[in-house]
Write a protein of this length. Structure first.
Length: 565
């Protein structure tokens, strides 16, 4: 394949990476523990863990899992927000040769039951706040061992006691639950002191993670990610970051980079870019348990001179519009990675004006570990694209018959590289639908590639609206609506229409109460051709979102369909 986009690469980014330098993620982690031992690795709720402490604690947890009869290849679920136990448990499971099954802690009993049964998880680490959900389904799963964590577990006796009391009895955030055979996390650590850990032999093809898709296009499926997949994407991401680090600057590069982990670690973006890449480079990660609590987030990061800030569009938007965030010191910020959903130009412009650090938008999926494309990290402006293919990555734009389309023509984005999953867990039929004979993963996203190799997302194939035979992509309409100065955020869907088949409807959260539907309709008429203009405008106080911050168009569509019915 002609990788013509390499001509557009920054000079200090290689065309390919060598993932053979590590045989497993365990080897990568153990190298970091030895190299950066006394450095702080993670900080959360004012308490830090060094790389050495992470090493010691993860060995204890790994030994305990082995002592319970769990073997290499067994699946272990993790259902927690961004707390200090998370990186400990991730490292332990990987070092024991087992498979991490990341679980959204806000799952309903139905969603949790599906994921535990589908993965065949034998054990689960769960924050006590969500244990009542597990209680309702555990009897119908293969889970034999439940480890219950509390927010205060690793905060030290004094602070931990106070935090746990406040969470349980003052804020009443822990519903009563009954898991008779469960063990507390700190009791596990105490019990493990006399156990011996035996490191298994691991290789590239061993499974490291089952990363479940969001289920937005059907039943949630487990993307099978191997050690090779994650090693490759960590090294690809590290190589891609070099131009930002090598940029001329007034101050010397800090010895340790500091990054904000506001995205949940159960999400593939944060897992790879914040957790694993941070470990590889010896960075300090500031864990944010609840990014929706923006005042708490600001308070947590205020003492630090932040160097990297990966986030999604809604979080960038919320922070940029918060008066207290504007008071922070952004002089150390080098990289703002945008992903998970499209970054809107209005948000990117506001973020750049505030921080002087442009949002560097990239693209990927759970199935690609996740990074597949990214804009150069030494960029100084919003490009409107998702950038160039990562090192060792091929991108093809395909028609409905799987044939490449000419440059500048919309088609389905397909990805090939060492970061592409081994397939969907126990679903060969679903795997066959998305993998081509020559190794490309078909993303389900519509995009365009230009003559330089830059790719621009048009939209999800399934979100496309057809108005009188014309294709309307919600991203385009949302971009226009979001650029109105009185709009905070918005979402666009298609609704049934007897005359045109479908019509465009926009849901809007106002930034300024003076905004009227008439004024917004006039603005859209000036910036959109007739069939793309919203026929319906509905103002709301908020929009439904995933825990990562993606706006859920699906929920809005379901609401509209219920009205029609």
């Amino acid at each position: 394949m002609d990788r013509f986009w390499l001509k557009s690469y920054p000079k200090d980014v290689p065309a390919d990476i060598d993932y053979n330098q590590y045989q497993s993620l365990s080897q990568l982690l153990e190298e970091a523990f030895a190299k950066f031992g006394p450095r702080k690795a993670y900080v959360g709720m004012g308490k830090s863990l060094t790389f050495s402490q992470l090493d010691q604690l993860s060995v204890l947890v790994a030994a305990w899992l082995q002592s319970k009869g769990l073997k290499k290849g067994d699946r272990v679920a993790v259902m927690m927000p961004n707390v200090l136990q998370y990186p400990v448990v991730i490292a332990a499971i990987l070092r024991a040769g087992m498979v991490v099954v990341n679980v959204n802690p806000l799952y309903t009993p139905r969603e949790l039951e599906h994921q535990l049964k589908d993965s065949g998880a034998a054990a689960i680490f769960i924050l006590e706040n969500f244990a009542v959900t597990l209680q309702q389904v555990i009897a119908r799963t293969q889970v034999r061992h439940s480890i219950v964590c509390a927010l205060g577990d690793l905060l030290g006796f004094g602070k931990g006691t106070v935090v746990n009391f406040a969470v349980r009895h003052v804020k009443k955030m822990v519903p009563e639950f009954s898991l008779p055979n469960a063990i507390r996390f700190n009791a596990l650590l105490a019990e493990s002191g006399r156990l011996r850990f035996e490191a298994p032999v691991l290789g590239h093809d061993d499974v490291a993670f089952l990363q479940y898709t969001g289920g937005t296009t059907g039943v949630s499926k487990g993307a099978t990610l191997t050690h090779r997949n994650l090693i490759a994407n960590v090294l690809q991401s590290e190589a891609w970051m070099q131009p930002a680090l090598n940029k001329p600057r007034k101050d010397p590069l800090p010895e340790q980079l500091i990054g904000v982990v506001a995205l949940p670690l159960y999400h593939i973006f944060a897992l790879t870019v914040c957790c694993l890449l941070g470990m590889r480079t010896g960075g300090l990660a500031i864990l944010i348990p609840n990014p929706r609590d923006i005042p708490a987030l600001i308070k947590e990061i205020a003492p630090y001179r932040i160097n990297s800030f990966p986030a999604v569009n809604t979080l960038y938007n919320g922070l940029a519009n918060h008066p207290e965030f504007r008071k922070l010191d952004f002089s150390g910020l080098m990289v703002s990675n945008g992903g998970g959903t499209a970054v809107q130009e209005a948000v990117a412009r506001q973020w750049l004006e505030l921080t002087q650090c442009p949002i560097c938008e990239g693209y990927g999926l759970s199935e690609t570990s996740p990074s597949a494309t990214c804009n150069p990290t030494d960029t100084d402006a919003y490009s409107g694209s998702i950038g160039l293919p990562m090192p060792s990555t091929d991108i093809a734009i395909l028609d409905d018959d799987g044939r490449p389309v000419p440059l500048g023509t919309p088609g389905e984005i397909a990805i090939r590289g060492p970061q592409v999953m081994a397939g969907y867990w126990n679903r060969p039929d679903e795997t066959a639908k998305v993998m081509t004979d020559d190794g490309f993963f078909k993303s389900g996203d519509v995009g365009i590639m230009d003559e330089r190799g830059y790719v621009k997302i048009v939209d999800r194939k399934k979100d496309m609206i057809i108005v009188s035979g014309f294709n309307v992509f919600p991203n385009e309409v949302e971009g226009v609506v979001a650029s109105h100065p009185d709009v905070l955020e918005c979402a666009v869907i298609g609704v049934p229409d007897k005359n045109s088949g479908e019509a465009v409807k926009v849901f809007v959260v106002k930034k300024n109460d003076r905004l009227t539907d008439k004024a917004l309709a006039e603005y859209c008429a000036q910036n959109l051709t007739g069939y793309k203009k919203p026929k319906y405008i509905e103002f709301r106080s908020d929009l439904p979102k995933t825990n990562v911050g993606k706006i859920l168009r699906r929920e809005l569509r379901d609401e509209e369909l219920k009205k029609v019915a």
